[in-house]
Design a protein around this ligand. Structure first.
Ligand code: AMP
Ligand code: MG
Length: 622
């Protein structure tokens, strides 16, 4: 290839609107900046390089190549960058690539040039095909430098579309088979997610465990790997106070005011000076007025005087104590208190006692509950920053599954997992993408996983990961990303697939839950729930409570068992848990009857009646 005939131009002149107006090319990536990655990828492919940028020109220039701003004003888009490049191009051809495509193909110039020469075109543009969808990448193009007048005429006429001037020139499309190489990074979130310096690999995470055996993993180790592997989604939004209910706070909320704002009375009674209370004789004070809540008494009582005061009213100047009205006698404007009725300082709420101005009222990561709404309102906060909702796609797998409304053919069952999963995700406050039932068919599964991955932050599947499942599941999941298959020392819910898959430049965490209806719930609660909350940026660890077992529960040490239970008060008023009948992992009815799950840990053996066990309550769980 004749690289001497090609100049490279990196398009970095955009406003970075989708990144919150940051300068995209200068964002940190893989230890340097995005633009440095693109430069390094292009450098071996061309004779000279330049950057088109409209801001931070000096910083770009520090990359060691010329920096050319647009000639056309007002951020006219990538075509204006192309124009600036063409005007200064000293070679036959100009090759362009955007500053946010750090994975661009190493043979981009060569393939485009071959394509251009093959039909003597003016411009060769890259296209990719994925899942039958053809995608043109107009910012990855190679074109003849002599096209500048045509392009300038198009721009002068107000044209801005990257392909709007194609009808006037001879264009050829060059098909690349590696779609991932063209992925560009549009949001800071994506940037962090894709940054190879930041994305952990499962292999790195499991290497922290002293003994790792995917075929005999303890519940605790599986939970730990998942926790270390998933990362919070960083996008946030401002919502009106009421809409924050159930959402996760994305920042500490700092109190703008003292709460309460003034010293005030905790009782209906009389505000007085503590120094007016003799230790051993009744005090007689003159009542000089009344302080109401919201209507302060604005004179200052002198020694020997007091003010009738209502709960919440501002303490009159000089008063530091309140005697409740039921402890005094009043005669005309004289109030009498027996000695020792109160101590100085009693029944007064101090300004800033609940919260001092400038202190954190609520911490980032908190899930907003009704009390928090009230607290925020008490600070006068109208809008709060919350994490954006997590998008979770879910589907069931299995040829035997029928959806509600379909006839139940011989040997088939209705898909119930999708409904339990829906319920659990909904309560967690996720945005849901219900993808229905996916057949046991490699192509259907791959397509579903790719679709899910391109649209969601996390994917939950049920079925198809057990030992008897076809191997293609593993192959497909492995091909799409970093996924591991575990056999966990637990019952129910032994098999679990976990990892992260990528399609078309988008990635999502994957939880392949087992198919059995109870196993799916147990795996969700003990593995997926925590991970999803972590992705949501929430701090909400599972809280187990202790209760007495009503009867003997048989168990062998060496695995964790989850038994469905009913927690109630025993005859003596103490919390007592009774296991619901049969514990088969397909029996959803006993799950529905239960109000809790008894957690029998690895090391535990048979539990005797009356012994204490750990219990996870369903209500309040999510
Ligand atoms: P699998 O993990 O695919 O081998 O499924 C294990 C068992 O769970 C089989 O009896 C399946 O029929 C059943 N099962 C799988 N998925 C579902 C579902 N979505 N709804 C109800 N039962 C299911
Ligand atoms: Mg199946």
């Amino acid at each position: 290839m004749n690289k001497e005939s090609i100049s490279g131009l990196i398009l970095a002149g955009g406003r970075g609107t989708r990144m919150g107006h940051v300068d995209k090319g200068l964002q940190p990536f893989g230890g340097t900046t995005m633009v440095a990655h693109v430069l390094a990828r292009l450098e071996p492919q061309v004779a000279t390089l330049a950057i088109n940028a409209n801001r931070n020109l000096d910083t770009y220039a520090a990359c060691g190549v010329p920096v050319w701003p647009d000639d056309t004003p007002d951020y006219a888009g990538p075509l204006a960058g192309l124009q600036a490049g063409l005007r200064r191009c000293a070679t036959t051809y100009l090759l362009t690539a955007p500053c946010d495509s750090p994975f661009l193909p190493a043979d981009l110039a060569e393939r485009l040039l071959d394509g251009l020469r093959a039909i003597d075109a003016d411009l060769a543009v890259a296209v990719t095909e994925e899942n039958g969808r053809r995608q043109v990448h107009p910012v990855f193009c190679l074109l003849k430098a002599g096209l500048e007048p045509v392009l300038s005429a198009y721009l002068d006429g107000g044209g801005r579309r990257m392909d709007g001037w194609y009808p006037q020139i001879r264009v050829t499309e060059v098909l690349f088979d590696d779609a991932d190489a063209f992925r560009n990074i549009n949001t800071l979130d994506e940037l962090r997610d894709l940054d190879p310096a930041r994305v952990p690999r499962l292999a790195d995470v499991v290497s922290c465990l002293s003994a790792y055996d995917p075929d005999a993993l303890s519940v605790r180790d599986a939970q730990r790997i998942i926790r270390d592997f998933v990362a919070p989604v960083r996008a946030t939004e401002m919502v009106a106070l009421r809409a924050a209910l159930g959402r996760v706070l994305a920042a500490d909320i700092v109190s703008p005011i003292d709460v309460p704002a003034h010293d005030n009375s905790a009782m209906d009674g009389f505000a007085l000076r503590g120094t007016d209370l003799p230790a051993d004789a009744p005090a007689r004070l003159r009542v000089i007025g009344t302080a109401y809540a919201g209507r302060p008494f604005d004179a200052s009582p002198q020694p020997g005087e007091c003010v009738r005061i209502m709960t919440g009213a501002v303490m009159p100047a000089g008063c530091d104590s309140v005697v409740p009205q039921e402890f005094v006698s009043v005669d005309g404007d004289t109030m009498t208190i027996a000695p020792g009725t109160i101590r100085p300082g009693d029944n007064r709420r101090l300004a800033g006692e609940d919260l001092k101005a400038g202190s954190a009222a609520l911490r980032s990561g908190k899930i907003v509950r009704p009390a928090d709404l009230g607290l925020l309102a008490s600070l006068g906060v109208a809008e709060v920053p919350v994490q954006r909702r997590l998008r979770v796609a879910f589907f069931s797998t299995g040829d035997e599954l029928r959806s509600i409304g379909q006839p139940l053919d011989e040997g088939c069952v209705y898909d119930s997992n999708r409904y339990t999963i829906y319920g659990m995700l909904q309560r967690l406050g996720c945005d849901l993408i219900d993808m229905g039932v996916v057949r046991d068919d490699p192509q259907a599964l791959e397509q579903a996983l790719r679709d899910a991955c391109e649209n969601a932050d996390a994917i939950i599947t049920s079925g198809g990961v057990s030992v008897g499942a076809a191997d293609y599941t593993k192959q497909i999941m492995a091909r799409l990303g970093d996924v591991t298959f575990w056999k966990i020392g637990m019952r129910p819910g032994r098999p679990l697939a976990f990892g992260r898959i990528t399609s078309n430049g988008r990635s999502a965490f994957l939880f392949g839950l087992p198919g059995n209806p109870v196993a799916v719930m147990v795996s969700f609660y003990f593995f997926a729930r925590d991970a999803l909350l972590r992705m949501m940026g929430a701090e909400a660890p599972l809280e187990l409570v202790r209760a007495r077992s009503a009867a003997t529960i048989r168990k062998k040490p060496g695995r964790t068992e989850y038994q469905r239970g009913i927690l109630a008060r025993g005859a003596d008023g103490q919390p007592t848990v009774t296991i619901t009948g049969s514990q088969g992992s397909g029996i959803l009815r006993s799950m529905s009857e239960a109000n809790c799950m008894v957690v029998l840990h690895d090391g535990q053996g048979t539990v005797q009646a009356g012994e204490l066990v750990d219990v996870l309550l369903f209500e309040g769980l999510i």
